[in-house]
Design a protein around this ligand. Structure first.
Ligand SMILES: [Zn+2]
Length: 150
């Protein structure tokens, strides 16, 4: 059975650690012609991967924090000061910034399996979601005449 050409396998599954596509080689065990390494790139240990998880954590925190604030407002509960801005300032925003940093490192190091745009998008979401949601909420509040009827 002729199986030298694994064209039905996703290409990005078979990149050398230097980024050279190993799909064209006869065997995955052959050393890379570019760098001589026999290792395949793995996404799980890349900065791109760390950055993604860090950004996810930041967005998760923002969502929990945002929901908490929303529900608090809704039931007329005044959250303690420590729960107003600090979760975003000290968790979501730094995580988003850290993720952006990881994305930059990943790009500079030319990681073969980086997912640059997706990570930056999620990192920006972590940083921007709460301020944007807060701004929209304020606009809706003002648009609803909230400032004048209180
Ligand atoms: Zn290589």
């Amino acid at each position: 059975m002729q199986n030298a050409n694994n064209s039905d396998l996703p290409l990005d599954e078979m990149l050398c650690v230097c980024g050279y596509p190993k799909s064209g080689l006869h065997s995955m065990e052959s050393p890379c012609p570019e760098c001589g390494s026999i290792e395949l790139a793995t996404y799980a240990s890349s900065f791109s991967y760390y950055g993604w998880n860090v950004a996810l954590l930041g967005v998760g925190m923002t969502v929990v924090h945002g929901l908490f604030l929303w529900i608090s407002l809704d039931v007329g509960f005044q959250p303690p000061e420590i729960l107003l801005a600090p979760p975003w300032v000290f968790v979501s925003m730094p995580l988003g910034v850290l993720s952006l940093l990881y994305a930059v490192i990943s790009k500079v190091r030319r990681e073969p399996k980086r997912k640059w745009r997706r990570n930056v998008g999620m990192a920006l979401l972590s940083v921007m979601l709460l301020p944007v949601a807060g701004f929209v909420a304020l606009l809706l509040y003002v648009a609803g005449g909230g400032l004048w009827t209180v």
